[in-house]
Design a protein around this ligand. Sequence first.
Ligand code: FAD
Length: 285
Amino acid sequence: MNAPTPEISAEFFPVQTPQAADELARVRQELAVLHPAFYSVTYGAGGSTQEHSFATIERIQQEGSVAACPHLTCVGATRDKIRAILERFRALGIRRIVTLRGDLPSGVIDPGEFRYANELIEFIRRETGDEFHLTVAAYPEWHPQARSPQADIDAFCNKVRAGANAAITQFFYNPDAYFHFLDSIHKQGIDLPVLPGIMPILSFSKLSRFADACGAELPRWMRRKFESFGDDSAAVRAFALDVVTALCEKLLAGGAPGLHFYSMNHAQSTLEICRRLGLNPSADK
Ligand code: FAD
């Protein structure tokens, strides 16, 4: 029997100007050759970019070729606000949501009416039943605020018991962490599709800053090698593609149900990685 074709999906962050929105639409068009299962759009807990997230979601839905999947954070929100957003999603024909706690912007101290993502999921299930497919965040290298790895696994399992259908991981470069995470949740009797979040490496210095902020580890052997390339951007790009493709190969060989690309609003690295994996039907293998 042939292995099922892995599900590809991609994440975008909202852009602020009409020109940038057109550029992002071109990126989506390029990625469409991968037949993505969905395009997700991030959502800032702070508020200032939320309307841009809605605009991006609306445009993806209007394009009609790939399902739009909004992220929704609950920190700082009231039940009424979440209820109104769900109504807005319903009006747009949204079927799938990435449900998150989010992080309060610095200086804001009111956590609102939801403390953790499991409370958001419980609320959505209570209000809308099975209308939406709910995806939650998973952390193979543990969430930076978790009291312990076991506490983080327990919190994840609570989100699933509250009604999550699937998960997407924080990005990571150590496949063992992903498989260990799966073993840990299986031991708790939890089984659901956990899509590994894949971060193509576009700039190593930016990636380092980002990884520090979200608690993802950049292995020393990778870090040292990237540093050794200095300003040689061709060498950086070639190594980045090799490293991320090898990671994806290991994940898929180990049974990952698909790959969720943190596109950073670019298409080329994702397309090239998928080409190398034999998952880009429009490209030479
Ligand atoms: P939770 O699952 O609530 O967990 C948060 C922390 O609380 C964890 O340490 C957990 O162990 C702990 N915890 C949970 N329940 C309990 C409890 N009952 N008692 C004690 N501790 C508990 N951020 C955005 O702002 N916008 C986005 O669009 C966005 N998209 C993301 C997409 C993905 C795939 C991922 C992996 C992350 C994304 N984030 C986004 C970042 C995310 O919002 C942060 O990592 C946030 O800090 C945690 O959100 P969560 O939903 O994982 O929270």
